[in-house]
Design a protein around this ligand. Structure first.
Ligand SMILES: NC(=O)c1ccc[n+]([C@@H]2O[C@H](COP(=O)([O-])OP(=O)(O)OC[C@H]3O[C@@H](n4cnc5c(N)ncnc54)[C@H](O)[C@@H]3O)[C@@H](O)[C@H]2O)c1
Length: 374
């Protein structure tokens, strides 16, 4: 039987979700709350059978809904989750980042302890086929990762409804908004939590000549971050948002005593210039130390999934897994705790960049104690 979705916020990412849900035979979008008239019409084009409603309250009054998707701007995710908790706590897939300010930690903890249904934080990068392949093979290829490097070289931030993504106050800052994905991947791949973050970032090239209601955006366009993990592994992130000329958008490498594994992921096909021919295909490369000899494997993604979004098919695969969790047939793979860590690491990287000091994380038991008393 189909699972019926209610959708909150249907801009660029919400519409990517709609196109992917349309490809899933066991999912149906029955109602949408989207305040912007242009986006509302685009959403209806992607989900013609859906009922358009004027508020979250009206959405939650639609009986047929089995689960919710939140794809509204970052700074409203927590208040919307709280509203849903108070009215009708259905299973939710909430877009990253889960929250935008350290002050939200206690509110996340209340949700974690009291929300009676699954809350899954959308972390699409986990489900990109080349990244999933690297994760699956990393242990055997490296013999235990000691160094993990994630590089994203991409296009500048796109224009959003109301320009919410131009300001730290509404995004949490670039290290939260953009990089929470990569901090989440670090914890997932290394199976450990961070103990210390050092970072350096800022605005170098983009946004300098933009003004919104007289204000210049304060969002950053480049950064480095170095993270020490409890396991002793080290990770590094390099972000550059004025590098859309690159062949690959994300490059991840993991190295250990036995060798190296890396993956190379192209950006959205719709941005690849036509005169350069077909867009690049994702790759995984395994490079043992003994015997030496790198092996490159192409990881093609179903063209129908590539066309449905900007994230290498991952939105489709994530919904498949989320649907299993909604039906009680699978776990919540990206929990509120995972969502908290990804943002906490991003906020720490923002702070480290501003102060020039490393930020340390308390151990897990200390953190639980801190949250309980917050
Ligand atoms: N996982 C990913 O790879 C990925 C990629 C892009 C965006 N996102 C996330 O998805 C969310 C939406 O981003 P986007 O790129 O679609 O932005 P967008 O501006 O294109 O869309 C946001 C939509 O939310 C609507 N909206 C504004 N206030 C709202 C409210 N209070 N309630 C409901 N809807 C509201 C806007 O009208 C707009 O249509 C953000 O949290 C963003 O970080 C995730």
């Amino acid at each position: 039987m189909a699972v019926h979705y209610g959708v909150i916020g249907c801009g660029m990412m919400g519409q990517e979700h709609l196109r992917n849900l349309a490809l899933l035979p066991d999912a149906e979008v029955v109602a949408i709350f989207e305040p912007d008239p242009v986006m509302r019409q685009r959403a209806l084009a992607a989900a013609p059978a859906a009922l358009l409603v004027g508020s979250i309250e009206e959405l939650l009054a639609v009986d047929a809904i089995d689960c919710l998707l939140i794809a509204s701007p970052n700074h409203v995710h927590v208040e919307q989750l709280e509203k849903i908790a108070a009215i009708r706590p259905l299973p939710v897939l909430v877009e990253k980042p889960l929250f935008t300010s350290e002050d939200d930690t206690a509110r996340i903890e209340v949700l974690r302890q009291t929300y009676p249904a699954p809350i899954w934080v959308a972390m699409e990068y986990r489900y990109m086929p080349p990244v999933a392949r690297l994760i699956a093979e990393a242990e055997a290829a490296t013999g235990g990762i000691r160094m993990l490097t994630i590089r994203e070289h991409r296009f500048p931030f796109l224009q959003k409804v109301g320009n919410w993504n131009r300001f730290n106050s509404r995004t949490g800052g670039t290290m939260v908004e953009k990089c929470c994905h990569f901090f989440d991947l670090m914890r997932l791949i290394l199976k450990s939590d961070p103990v210390r973050i050092m970072a350096s970032g800022g605005q170098a090239v983009n946004h300098a000549d933009e003004r919104y209601e007289g204000l210049q955006p304060d969002i950053w366009d480049h950064a480095y971050a170095v993270v020490d993990f409890a396991s002793g592994a080290r990770a590094m992130l390099e972000l550059c948002m004025f590098a859309e000329g690159a062949r690959y958008q994300e490059e991840i490498s993991a190295v250990g005593p036995l060798g190296k594994i890396e993956c190379k992921v192209p950006g959205p096909g719709r941005f690849w210039p036509e005169h350069l021919g077909a867009p690049p295909v994702a790759k995984v490369i395994v490079s043992p130390r003994e015997p030496q000899g790198p092996r490159a494997i192409d990881i093609p993604v179903d063209p129908a999934l590539l066309d449905a979004g900007d994230h290498n098919g991952s939105t489709f695969y994530q919904h498949q897994r989320f649907l299993q969790a909604v039906r009680g047939e699978g776990p919540v793979e990206v929990s509120l705790d995972d969502g908290w860590w990804a943002v906490a690491m991003g906020l720490a990287a923002q702070q480290s960049s501003v102060t020039g000091q490393a930020v340390t994380f308390p151990s897990r038991p200390q953190r639980q104690q801190h949250k309980a008393s917050a």
